[in-house]
Design a protein around this ligand. Sequence first.
Ligand code: SF4
Ligand code: SF4
Length: 552
Amino acid sequence: MSTNPVIYQFHGGMQLEHHKQLSLGQPLQQASLADEIIIPLNQHIGEANQALVKVGDEVSAGQILAETSELVSAPVHAPCTGRITAIEPRPIAHPSGQQADCFILQPTAGLATIESWDNPPLADSSKQELLEIIRAAGIVGLGGAVFPTAAKLETADNYPIETLIINGAECEPYITCDDILMQTRPALVIRGIQYLQRILQPQRTLIGIEDNKPTAIKAMREALSEAALEHTEVVSIPSLYPSGSEKQLIKILTGQEVHSGQLAFEIGALSQNTGTCAAIAQAVDQNQALTSRIVTVTGPGVNNPGNWLTPLGTPFSHLIELAGGYKVAQPKLIMGGPMMGLELNDDRIPVVKATNCILVLDQADQPQAQPCVRCGRCTEVCPAKLLPQQLYWYSRARQFETMEKYHLFDCIECGCCSAVCPSHIPLVQYYRYAKSEIWEQQRKTYKSDRSRKRHEFREARLERQKQRDEERRRLKREALAKKKAAQQQTGDKPDKPKEQTVDAVQAALLRVKARKQQQDAERKNISNLTPEQQRQIDEADARRQKMKQEDS
Ligand code: SF4
Ligand code: SF4
């Protein structure tokens, strides 16, 4: 029987209704292929991908569709065989309803059947080979961060990683995709952890799972015991939101604080989500790119909530149909959970690597915001130890610089402040808005700095060219003066005067002209003519002359 190690408590947080059973009522299912698959070119944080295929191309399942050679990037692949019918902007998961370039793929064959993963022997790939496999498979953090996994692991290489943390907390209400993964495929997750251990060589590995998932905890402990992994433990942690946020989970499991502006690496910790571990195992053991993921479709707004193994690019509307369709007249659609999710206004949006859950609430249940009553509850629950109420006022006043001084960027957007607010103020929306305004300002400053630097560089280049030309002219003048002085000293004839030089040039030109006329005459073969030929030419010349006179 496993015993739990010591665990620690983070500041703030709150107990929430879980609503997890809603989607755990039926087993994990394979989603069918939609008629049209929509694949955004970029599904990660980092550098933009370039399209490798064009409209009309036939592509096969797993083929790379877009990538870039930059480190912080992740390629995207075709989830099925089909034809690219368009590459065009389509709505993607963004609160503004923003569009982004997408491949539109029309499937021409069914989903490739992926043989079930039967715990094959551990691959003997080296650390570098594993990193390359992870990069080429397009794996990103599947907990929602979508940071390219290979880039994160390579960056961590500069720091000694003492603790590898596997995040199976899944603390947001309603979402159960990690829970069902750990219940149904625990050995796959453990295999991914083994590959991560080979890359990072941590001293210990802690798998944190909230205690509201007893079946997952049991399954993971059994798989761990079967794999006989040393220095690795499944840790049951209290269900207290937001235990699944990186900083909070590190605090719970190690007692260490990741301070403002610090990275987890810097205190010797690195975390990966359970879904990411499974994707790594599939890439290494089955040569399978990240082309599908488990998505929870749930909430009071759908008829049959559940979890579906879904090809990336599947429109939300297709999954909602698989879940029995909408149950309410005014559905409120959220990608993610009710606390940190993105509210969307279009169900044609495709599932991407970041889509862990499609939550459908009833718009009619949503309360109206009222003025702040300064109760201070938002401050009590904030796990980042911020002053949410102050941030709210500064955001309304557009005092973004002041918000930065109040550590706006330490806000993990957990939504605790909004959830406890008796006035139902959507506080997180104000912080997201402020962050995007600051980023936009930084982008503009960066752009204008870059064009200023380009201008300065051009001016400097022209100035250098001017100086070089002047120097060349000065040296020429000095050389001429020296030559003249030497000629005067030795009594040599000075160089010809300029007029004489011009005359000589003209004479040479005349000689060239005469030679050319002679060559032309020879080329026209008009020498050694017979009298009859000469007569015909003379007549033709006379005719031409006459025509010229008539024209004039
Ligand atoms: S919880 Fe809401 S009402 Fe209370 S201080 Fe914070 S913002 Fe104001
Ligand atoms: S959303 Fe930000 S400000 Fe609000 S409780 Fe969470 S971390 Fe604190």
